[in-house]
Design a binder for this molecule. Structure first.
Ligand code: KG4
Ligand code: ZN
Length: 369
């Protein structure tokens, strides 16, 4: 289709400088520069280091994306950017760059929500998202169950973590096991040689009186740390593969159980999983097994599209353009605690229709820990 919108998307909410270019649902370029190695020795993302890295990577990454897509900047129909949530200084670099490009090119600017982008990216892999979409978003910064009747304007939080994000738990447990940062991929790898039933770690918030769709991983993380410490105190070897497999099983068991419950309760017959933890091989396998058993269709983008990237922002921007959604004004702010319900940010000069206080009711308490 020649009239599908050609959109460039910029993502800088955490430690990845992502620039993607899409035409409608077609991915043309996905350039990512990561500063993850610079954070490794601190065991977590250092905001100032991330901002500086974004600044250095921004223009080269945009140029790389344009080259990869084989398009000229002047051909773009719009520029989209993550307006939040995320690290304030990091977001600011992306928002400033997006404004500069959009203004210089005379193209509309779309400030969009990072979480909605994580959902929308699946259109690049599996085509148009069914509506409503049920989404489980799990990464180092967020763990949410979202119901999206309209990915460009109506995203509703059903539940979220009340403490650590799922990826954060992977990272912290990996540190306890001495596996380095980021921990998710290392645990995934070690778990393959381990027994997921070796140690019965707790499943947070799965009791009869617990909230149905909220998550808690902090108790699990502590249980793993205590178990490992006790072994070391006794002078025994720590069976890293078994600990990794048993911990991983506890996380993905709860994630999939709650996600399926949300689908059933809301009459949604498909589930999309996104965010960095969606790259986890056991999560993908168990989700597939449980979805097949329940007659639910599973949509998980390939791992490269699950972690933070610019293509997801471009995908949501293109959907906004295609549906005639209003663009943002050039006084668009970066909003580090942008609520998930605000799919796009109109800018200061538009009248605000949503109140910011909704975010905290939704229990999205640990967006970037
Ligand atoms: O979405 P993402 O790239 O960045 C944000 O946090 O927004 O997600 C990164 C997180 C890290 O916590 C990392 O450990 C986790 O995703 N992760 C994984 C795997 N690959 C990345 N967790 C479990 N298994 C994996 N294979
Ligand atoms: Zn993310």
């Amino acid at each position: 289709m020649p009239d599908e919108p050609l959109v460039l998307g910029i993502e800088t909410s955490c430690d990845e400088t992502g620039v993607g270019i899409v035409r409608g649902h077609t991915l043309l370029a996905d350039a990512v520069a990561s500063s993850v190695d610079e954070h490794a020795r601190y065991g977590g993302v250092v905001p100032e280091v991330a901002s500086r890295a974004h600044l250095e990577a921004m223009v080269p990454t945009i140029q790389r994306a344009l080259k990869e897509a084989g398009v000229a900047a002047g051909d773009l129909d719009a520029v989209a950017v993550t307006a939040g949530p995320g690290l304030a200084g990091a977001l600011l670099v992306g928002v400033s760059a997006a404004k500069a490009y959009a203004y210089a090119l005379g193209k509309p600017l779309y400030g969009v929500n990072h979480l909605a982008s994580h959902i929308c990216v699946d259109q690049l892999e599996h085509g148009a998202l069914p509506e409503p979409t049920m989404a489980l978003l799990v990464s180092g910064g967020h763990s949410s169950l979202l119901l999206a009747p309209d990915i460009t304007g109506d995203v509703r939080p059903l539940g979220a973590t009340i403490d650590d994000a799922a990826g954060e738990a992977f990272d912290k447990v990996a540190r306890v096991l001495g596996l380095g940062f980021p921990g998710g991929p290392a645990i995934d790898r070690h778990a393959r040689d381990g027994d997921p039933a070796a140690i019965a770690f707790p499943r947070g918030l799965t009791g009869g009186r617990d909230p149905l769709y909220d998550f808690s991983f902090s108790g699990l993380k502590t249980a793993v740390a205590r178990w490992v410490e006790a072994r070391r105190r006794d002078g025994q070897d720590v069976p890293v593969a078994d600990v990794a497999a048993s911990f991983q099983e506890a996380v993905v068991d709860v994630l999939t159980r709650k996600a399926l419950r949300a689908c059933k309760d809301n009459g949604v017959d498909h589930l999309m999983i996104g965010g960095g933890v969606a790259a986890n091989s056991r999560l993908r396998a168990l989700a597939l097994e449980r979805c097949e058993g329940a007659g639910i269709r599973l949509r998980v983008p390939r791992p490269g599209l699950c972690t933070d990237n610019g293509a997801m922002v471009a995908a949501l921007g293109a959907e906004m353009v295609a549906r005639g959604r209003p663009s943002s004004t050039f006084d668009l702010p970066a909003d580090s605690s942008l609520p998930v319900t605000e799919v796009s940010v109109p800018g200061h000069t538009h009248t605000h229709t949503h109140a910011h206080s909704h975010a905290h009711e939704a229990g999205e308490g640990n967006l970037y820990g």
